[in-house]
Design a protein around this ligand. Structure first.
Ligand SMILES: C[S@@+](CC[C@H](N)C(=O)[O-])C[C@H]1O[C@@H](n2cnc3c(N)ncnc32)[C@H](O)[C@@H]1O
Length: 247
């Protein structure tokens, strides 16, 4: 169920998130956009690194996962941000923002057409007349899930308290729904336990996303294929719309 993923809601799993999801090209791109924004809304903000670092005059981070927000609040700069435990599909704030972002593929947590429409309607509802939105979703044509096998995904991370943690994934792609169920396994060297959680994400083809954005009243000014700013093409890794309110 959307917003109920143990990877994010369970502190035992949330503690692993920042080990491999630090500052990247997506944050750099959004930080540049935020330079001309007085207010920024981050939907699915997770552990909050982006907002806590860029600290615009007004920053609101929204996430249903309390365990992720705990980490966001505790981080340096976290006190400059308003963190709201809420579902992006149902958010109603009496406020509009100059920039609205969803980073690290947070948009893929919305699993049905209705969920995606609701999230896009939230963007429309909270975007200032000259405001901009940007988010990323992995291009299904690149079949990222084929790399999420135990052999190909095995990596070793360093946890500040648990020491070395062996991590690997399994994934199962459903061609009808375009939903991938990913199993994540974390095995700290200092522990006999293996922490295992399943999460689900949806892969949406670009034409379908374009139609859904238009239906939600959002106009895309440019489609990128990566966070370095390359134009979107059908074989690019990412699908990244940047836009404004339509009309
Ligand atoms: C892949 S993480 C991305 C976190 C963050 N944006 C980043 O860049 O690190 C996806 C986030 O979406 C959040 N999420 C799940 N369902 C959501 C919903 N219905 N509304 C808003 N956020 C949601 C999860 O709790 C998680 O923190």
């Amino acid at each position: 169920m959307v917003g109920n993923d143990p990877l994010y809601t369970d502190p035992e799993f949330a503690q692993f998130y920042d080990l491999e999801n630090g500052w990247g090209d997506d944050f750099t791109y959004c930080a540049d956009l935020a330079k001309c924004a007085g207010s920024v809304l981050d939907l699915g903000c997770g552990t909050g690194e982006l907002l806590a670092t860029i600290a615009p005059k007004r920053a609101v981070g929204v996430d249903p996962a309390g365990a992720m927000l705990e980490l966001a609040r505790a981080r340096k700069g976290g006190d400059k941000v308003e963190w709201l435990q809420a579902d992006a599909r149902h958010l109603i704030l009496e406020e509009r923002f100059d920039l609205i972002v969803l980073t690290s593929h947070a948009f893929q947590v919305f699993l049905t057409d209705e969920d995606q429409h609701a999230a896009l309607a939230t963007i429309r509802r909270h975007l200032a007349p000259n405001g901009r939105f940007v988010f990323d979703t992995r291009n299904p044509a690149r079949k990222a899930w084929e790399d999420w096998t135990p052999e190909r995904s095995l990596r070793r991370l360093s946890h500040p308290k648990l020491g070395e943690v062996k991590v690997w994934n399994d994934a199962d792609y459903d061609a009808n729904s375009h939903i991938v169920s990913i199993t994540a396994h974390y095995q700290p060297a200092s522990d006999t336990r293996v922490y295992t959680a399943v999460s689900r994400i949806r892969f949406t083809p670009q034409p379908e996303l374009a139609a859904r954005l238009e239906a939600a009243g959002l106009a895309v000014s440019s489609w990128m294929g990566d966070w370095q700013g390359c134009q979107y093409g059908k074989d690019e890794k990412e699908i990244i719309p940047i836009g404004r309110l339509a009309g």
